[in-house]
Ligand binder design. Structure first.
Ligand code: G3H
Ligand code: 13P
Ligand code: ZN
Length: 303
């Protein structure tokens, strides 16, 4: 069933688990995620980046998410990293049930001003808003922010008070993409604990993909050139959830699973050119990856 970001995250905050927010760009990925949510009896957030809207079109993505939401588990259709106010307005009016306004690249006061504006529009329609404070490293919407600026707890309190956001994305050491750390990654869990104590509201972890070694091995075995990818280990995610993260974003792991499965199939069956045969193993592998993540987040059985 379709629910709002506020509903899904307030329950997670109260019961101390995290809901997975998975990026969708096409039908097979959407099906894999909703199949995982149903099999795990888990709430789920389907999120569309501005890039996804550009690629697939708003109407197609809405139809996919609304179709997925016919299942019995709670589903949010969320805008990920919204930066363009026109796109945000269109998503609010089109029936998205959660909006992220990402003003993390702006000066503090300007981030507050724009976020507060989006909150006003969204709340008028009963939709919740996620804001972002601090800079998560890696590539965000083609903008490269390599340096991580950790979220300052005092600034976070002021930001939430002035914007009235329903959830806050914080920077505690993660970055987007497949190359998050050199060596084994550690998050600043102490900072997370401090921010949670000060805010006691739903907090969001971006750039949280695990980049599992077995997935990388499969992709590389069938020709992917990936260098030395590094994700957030499961135990770090488990601690982050324990300390108050209630929404965990995942896109890179989905991309890796898609890539690994398609490469394997076309390498092993070079004579088969039926797209359904090529994409079926991708859908299955993504479902497996998403199911595992739901267990790590503790959202299984929470639908
Ligand atoms: O945070 C970024 C997500 O992985 C979405 O990526 O903007 O290429 O769709 P995208
Ligand atoms: P990953 O690149 O770690 O999957 O993060 C995705 C994300 O934060 C989307 O907003
Ligand atoms: Zn992100």
């Amino acid at each position: 069933m379709l629910v709002t970001l506020k509903q899904i995250l307030n329950k997670a905050n109260k019961e101390n688990y995290a809901v997975g927010a998975f990026n969708i760009n096409n039908m097979e990925v959407t099906q894999a995620i909703i199949n995982a949510a149903v099999s795990q009896k888990s709430p789920v957030i389907l999120q569309t980046s501005q890039g996804a809207l550009e690629y697939a079109g708003r109407d197609y993505l809405k139809a996919l998410a609304y179709t997925a939401a016919k299942q019995k588990v709670p589903v949010v259709l969320h805008l990920d990293h919204g930066r363009d106010l026109e796109i945000i307005k269109k998503c609010i009016n089109a029936g998205w049930t959660g909006i992220m306004y990402d003003g993390s690249h702006l000066a503090f006061e300007e981030n507050i001003k724009n976020t507060a504006k989006v909150v006003k529009w969204a709340h008028a329609k009963g939709i919740g808003v996620e804001g972002e404070l601090g800079t998560i490293g890696g590539a965000e919407e083609k903008i490269i922010a390599r340096e991580i600026i950790y979220t300052d707890p005092d600034a976070a309190v002021e930001f939430v008070k002035k914007t009235k956001v329903d959830a806050l994305a914080i920077a505690i050491g993660t970055s987007h993409g497949a190359y998050k750390f050199e060596g084994s990654g550690r998050l600043d869990l102490h900072l997370l604990k401090t921010i949670k104590q000060r805010l006691n509201m739903p907090l969001v972890l971006h750039g949280a993909s695990g980049v599992p070694a077995w997935l990388v091995t499969q992709a590389v075995r069938y020709g992917a050139q990936l260098g030395k990818p590094e994700g957030v280990p499961d135990d770090q995610i488990i601690h982050a959830v324990e300390y108050g993260i209630n929404k965990v974003n995942t896109d890179t792991d989905i991309r890796l699973a898609f890539d690994a499965a398609v490469r394997k199939f076309v390498a092993e069956k070079p004579e088969d050119f039926d797209p359904r045969h090529i994409l079926l193993p991708a859908r299955e592998l993504i479902q497996k990856v998403v199911e595992h993540r739901m267990q790590v987040f503790g959202s299984n059985g929470k639908a």
